[in-house]
Design a protein around this ligand. Structure first.
Ligand code: NAP
Length: 280
């Protein structure tokens, strides 16, 4: 496994297992399978409503806690008391610390919530803190008005939404980028995209492996989700080939320059997220 060195020298596995849209019933087994497949980094959130089952999967995996990198995200409706909400997440997962906690969305009382995350980090409850779905300027603003610059920004990145300027700005500020929906959640027939299929053929690799490799080569952490053990193994098997400059130029042509999942600058999306309450 390759690691990303965060600004505070925490080592983060560059490949993570995402558990969004995995039902609580399936989560425990999915986590066990993912750890067996070699994942050591798990990405959940209070809003995914499966933290309890994540904890059970971790406990049953047989892998020592300190070998794992566990992330959760604080939902907006918990920003008023993010500290208490992270304590609840820890209790649900049966853990005494988290490796990374993110503010899930750039809306609501982010300043108050960020102070709470700083305190949790200072107290040793959380090893690294960061944000998700923030623009580069807002991520830096949060750090500039507080003690700690976000160590991570988790944003949508995939071949249809490549965001090269934003990624360069974040990385230049020492903010590590994590890619959510690396496979665009399967939209736009990504797994049969002819450019990606042809690149994969050259190396005996699948479209998913080409995408993961393309992100790893940009030092971007990949959060891939699958409930299928064979796909979990496939998505992590990317360290025995490298993309050429020509491959990367071909992939660049796929960029549509906008999200195909949801747009955080759309006022209707902002209203929807602001009104979404998480009872966790
Ligand atoms: P994704 O990883 O882009 O795509 C998941 C889809 O791809 C599933 O339908 C999965 O099906 C399929 N798949 C996975 N590997 C495959 C393979 N090798 N071949 C063919 N199909 C494959 O989407 P995502 O779950 O939305 O994003 C990944 C993670 O990012 C999430 O789980 C979550 O941790 C994080 N996330 C964060 C945010 C945020 O706001 N911060 C938002 C969304 C997601 P099967 O499961 O049936 O294999």
């Amino acid at each position: 496994m390759q690691y990303v060195n965060l600004a505070n020298n925490v080592q983060m596995p560059i490949l993570g297992f995402g558990v969004f849209q995995i039902s609580p019933e399936e989560t425990e087994q999915a986590v066990i399978h993912a750890i067996q497949a070699g994942y050591r980094h798990i990405d959940t959130a209070q809003s995914y409503m499966n933290e309890t089952e994540i904890g059970r999967g971790i406990a049953k995996s047989g892998v020592a806690r300190e070998e794992l990198f566990i992330t959760t995200k604080v939902w907006i409706s918990n920003y008023e008391d993010a500290k208490a909400s992270v304590e609840r997440s820890l209790a649900r997962m049966g853990l005494d610390y988290l490796d990374l906690v993110l503010l899930h969305q750039p809306f609501g009382d982010t300043f108050k919530a960020w102070k709470d995350l700083e305190e949790l980090q200072a107290a040793g409850k959380v090893r690294a803190i960061g944000v998700s779905n923030f623009s580069p300027s807002f991520a830096v603003e949060l750090g500039a008005f507080h003690k700690v610059m976000p160590q991570v920004n988790q944003i949508e990145v995939n071949p249809f939404f490549q965001r090269p300027e934003e990624i360069a700005k974040l990385q230049a500020q020492g903010i590590a980028v994590q890619a959510w929906a690396p496979f665009a959640e399967g939209k736009n027939e990504i797994f049969s995209n002819s450019v990606l299929v042809e690149i994969g053929k050259k190396y005996g690799k699948s479209v998913a492996q080409v995408i993961v490799r393309w992100l790893v080569e940009q030092n971007i952490t990949v959060l891939a989700k699958s409930v299928k053990p064979e796909r979990m193994a496939e998505n992590i098997n990317v360290f025995d080939f490298a993309l050429s400059d020509e491959d990367k130029a071909q992939i660049a042509t796929l960029d549509l320059g906008k999200t195909i999942i949801f747009d955080h600058s759309d006022p209707e999306i902002v209203k929807f997220l602001a009104g979404y309450k998480v009872n966790a």
